[in-house]
Design a protein around this ligand. Structure first.
Ligand code: IMP
Ligand code: MG
Length: 175
């Protein structure tokens, strides 16, 4: 079996600092409102919780799980809702939280689906953006970091369900 090694791309301190900045920006942009954060499981679980802690307006959390048919490192664009939201989002200010946008296929499908449920507003926040890999156009409102086309793990992101618990974002290398 190939040996896997990880090199740090974004340190714990860098990520924490950026999460605080985005939290402050969101608090400002939604001042006077209540916001519903939609955590897209499982990858964005850590980012969603850390970000929620840095938002100082009222926050509701809901969770959704989608599965995109594909292999471990690439999504196919065929998306299935595995776990839907618990609450209706009609009339609410909704912010979808993603771990990473790669081809954009998963998010494009998800945003279309959520838009049809008539939220008052619908925006998208992602911790990481692999811009050069984009196949489908998605409008991203908040981006943590633009990163190069490398396979990354940590801070919620996995490889074969491993490494989600790393407190930093690292590049996975196969030897
Ligand atoms: P997209 O539909 O191609 O944009 O794929 C997005 C999803 O693919 C993410 O939510 C991740 O689950 C997964 N993904 C894409 N790139 C990476 C990566 O570098 N590391 C871990 N997961 C990734
Ligand atoms: Mg994801």
């Amino acid at each position: 079996m190939a040996k896997e090694t990880i090199s740090v791309l974004l340190s714990e301190e860098e990520v924490d600092k950026r999460v605080r900045e985005i939290g402050a920006q969101i608090s400002k942009d939604y001042a006077g409102k209540e916001i519903t954060l939609i955590c897209v499981l499982k990858g964005s679980c850590i980012f969603t919780c850390e970000l929620a802690k840095r938002i100082d307006i009222p926050v509701c959390l809901d969770f959704m799980s989608v599965s995109s048919y594909g292999d471990d490192t690439k999504s196919s664009g065929i998306v299935r809702i595995v776990k839907d939201l618990d609450e209706s989002i009609q009339g609410k200010d909704v912010l979808v939280i993603e771990d990473i946008i790669d081809s954009g296929r998963t998010l494009s499908y998800l945003m279309d689906t959520l838009k049809r449920r008539e939220p008052a507003s619908l925006r998208l926040c992602t911790l990481l953006d692999k811009e050069e890999r984009r196949v489908v156009d998605v409008n991203v409102d908040y981006v943590g970091f633009k990163i190069p086309d490398e396979f990354v793990v940590g801070y919620g992101l996995d490889y074969a369900q491993k490494y989600r618990n790393l407190p930093y974002v690292g590049v996975l290398h196969f030897e």
